[in-house]
Design a protein around this ligand. Structure first.
Ligand SMILES: Nc1ncnc2c1ncn2[C@@H]1O[C@H](COP(=O)(O)OP(=O)(O)OP(=O)(O)O)[C@@H](O)[C@H]1O
Ligand SMILES: [Mg+2]
Length: 203
C-alpha cells in the first residue's frame, strides 16, 4: 500500500517507490464531467509551470511521470520553509526570506504567477529552496496578478509567522527588488489591493 503523506482539499500525496505522487481527488460535489475537466486542467497546468519554473532556475521537483490527474515527481528531502522559519535564528530567517523574494522575482520577471505562495509550498534543502504546488498558478504579464501573488504571500506570513513578519517581509522585498525590474510597481499594487480591501470592509 502506498503511504499517504498528505491529504489536502483537492489532492492526495503519497509516496511510491521513494517518489511523490500527487493525485487530484474526485470531488463529489462537482458535476462529474466538470470535475474531470478541472482535475485534468489543473494537473496539466501544474506540470507546465513546474517545468517552466525549473527552466528559469527556480528549483522545482523533477517530474518522473504524468497521468491525466496525477503527477509523479522526485521527493525533495528537506524541511518545509514553514517549519524552517519557526525554528531558525534571525540571520537564517533573513537569508531565507531574501532568497524567497529573489525566486518570486525570478518567476514574476518571466510572467509566472504561483497562485498559492505560502511557506508550506516551499521546501528548503539547506542549499536550495524548492517551490511546489503550482496548481493555482498561471502565466500572466499583468502587474495586478503579480500583486495578488505578493499579497497572498504577505497574508500567509501574517497568519503563520506573525512574530517575524517584519524581518521576513523586509527581506523578501529586498530579494524581489534585486531580481525584478518592475518590483516597485507590483508592490504599489499590493498597497492598492490592501487599501481596496479595507475600504470594502473585507479586512
Ligand atoms: N516533491 C515533494 N517532495 C517532498 N514533499 C512534498 C513534495 N510535494 C509535496 N510535498 C508535501 O506535500 C504537501 C502537499 O503538497 P502540495 O502543496 O503540492 O499539495 P496541496 O496543497 O494539497 O495542493 P493543492 O492546493 O493543489 O490541492 C506539501 O506541503 C509537502 O509537505
Ligand atoms: Mg500546498
Amino acid at each position: 500500500m502506498p503511504k499517504v503523506i498528505y491529504r489536502g482539499a483537492e489532492s492526495v500525496i503519497y509516496l511510491d517507490d521513494g517518489n511523490v505522487v500527487k493525485e487530484r481527488a474526485r470531488k463529489s460535489y462537482r458535476i462529474p464531467e466538470i470535475d474531470e475537466k478541472l482535475r485534468r486542467e489543473r494537473t496539466r497546468k501544474e506540470v507546465r509551470l513546474l517545468v517552466d519554473a525549473r527552466a528559469l532556475g527556480v528549483m522545482t521537483p523533477k517530474i518522473i511521470e504524468t497521468g491525466e490527474t496525477k503527477i509523479t515527481m522526485k521527493h525533495i528531502d528537506g524541511k518545509r520553509v514553514k517549519e524552517l522559519l519557526d525554528t531558525s535564528d534571525r540571520s537564517t530567517i533573513a537569508r531565507t526570506c531574501r532568497e524567497i523574494g529573489r525566486l518570486v522575482g525570478r518567476l514574476h520577471s518571466n510572467n509566472i504567477v504561483h497562485g498559492d505562495l505560502t511557506t508550506s509550498n516551499m521546501i528548503s534543502t539547506g542549499r536550495d529552496i524548492y517551490f511546489i504546488d503550482f496548481s493555482l498558478g498561471d502565466t500572466s504579464r499583468k502587474i495586478e496578478d503579480k500583486g495578488v501573488d505578493m499579497k497572498l504571500l504577505h497574508e500567509a506570513l501574517e497568519s503563520t509567522h506573525f512574530k517575524i513578519l517584519k524581518t521576513c517581509w523586509d527581506n523578501i522585498i529586498k530579494g524581489y527588488k534585486a531580481e525584478y525590474k518592475d518590483a516597485v510597481k507590483v508592490l504599489e499594487k499590493v498597497d492598492e489591493i490592501e487599501r481596496r480591501a479595507r475600504y470594502s470592509g473585507k479586512e
